[in-house]
Design a binder for this molecule. Structure first.
Ligand code: PPS
Length: 287
């Protein structure tokens, strides 16, 4: 592993291209406002998708921000360096994304009234998506073979550590009804239904017409051609989309095109063992 590409923060590997020790400290000390909304994801679980959906939920379906502001400034990552530069000018209600585990979130979150939407995705699809992302993101180490990357993924030697630790950390919070759990697969299956659930959770009370407008705008094909969301604004020296586009396939179950039956069995057995006792039921369990 190339040491200048990553820093270690509480045992988690984090990219130095967008984070510093200071930005991570900043996130921890961040003064959360009661109206803030945090979308939390393990990487490659639907972050960019929610950066499209959330502003539309918060502004009642006005497409202006998603057509004029890049996703990373529209709904910034709490832990990245950029956020400190413009957060003072950010109008409430503010939307953030973060890949942080619960215990590294701002200490002010707990006593605020801020809300959290936690998005989970089938770890096998997360791994596949991340494998391609490592091929196109020039600031990350080459993933090696699929098997090598899968081994690293299961050991947590990847960005933001182990998938299982992340998911578990967010199941044991003191946030009560201020956290909503959703999945990438729920969005794939019924995007208008998912958007309606998020709208109700955030108390937005949006009409069916607006819900449908948001869902229509946030479909994969529209986002793929939205220059503010498809990462085409990022210079080729950082992301080489000829190797793999950032918005790659946008489906559930692509793992079936990549895992051998043996790889699938051993991957699933490890995840199942680490999730023992959690009694979580995810859409992909019935596959
Ligand atoms: S990151 O790097 O953590 O911000 O990546 P993240 O945005 O979480 O995940 C990228 C994957 O999400 C897919 N995506 C979508 N799928 C379906 N519909 C929509 N609208 C959508 N937007 C993003 C994206 O294609 C990546 O998944 P894969 O499987 O690689 O296609």
């Amino acid at each position: 592993m190339s040491s200048d590409r990553y820093l270690l923060y509480h045992g988690l590997l984090i990219s130095t291209v967008t984070h510093t020790t200071e930005s991570l400290k900043y996130a921890r000390a961040f003064p959360v406002e009661d109206t803030d909304v945090f979308v939390v994801t393990y990487p490659k679980s639907g972050t960019t998708w929610m950066q499209e959906i959330l502003p539309l939920l918060l502004n009642g379906g006005d497409l202006t921000p998603v057509q004029s502001i890049p996703n990373w400034d529209r709904v910034p990552w709490l832990e990245e360096t950029r956020v400190a530069k413009f957060v003072d000018r950010f109008a409430s209600p503010r939307g953030f994304v973060t890949h942080l585990p619960y215990h590294l979130m701002p200490t002010s979150l707990q006593n605020s009234k801020a809300k959290v939407i936690y998005v989970t995705r089938n770890p096998k699809d997360v791994m596949v998506s991340s494998y391609y992302f490592h091929q196109m993101a020039c600031f990350l180490d080459d993933p090696g073979t699929f098997q090598e990357f899968s081994d690293k993924f299961l050991k947590g030697q990847v960005l933001f550590g182990k998938w299982t630790d992340h998911v578990k950390s967010w199941r044991h919070t003191e946030l009560g009804d201020r956290i909503l759990y959703t999945t990438y697969e729920e969005m794939i299956q019924d995007l208008p239904g998912a958007v309606r659930r998020y709208s109700d959770f955030l108390g937005r009370n949006l009409s069916e017409e607006v819900i449908q407008k948001i869902a229509d705008h946030c479909c994969f094909d529209k986002m793929k051609t939205n220059r503010m969301s498809n990462y085409s604004l990022v210079p080729g020296e950082f992301m080489d989309s000829s190797k793999s586009p950032f918005l790659r396939k946008g489906i559930a179950g692509d793992w079936k095109n990549h895992f051998t039956p043996e790889q699938e069995a051993s991957f699933s057995a490890i995840i199942r063992k680490e999730m023992e006792g959690e009694e979580l039921v995810f859409p992909w369990h019935s596959e």
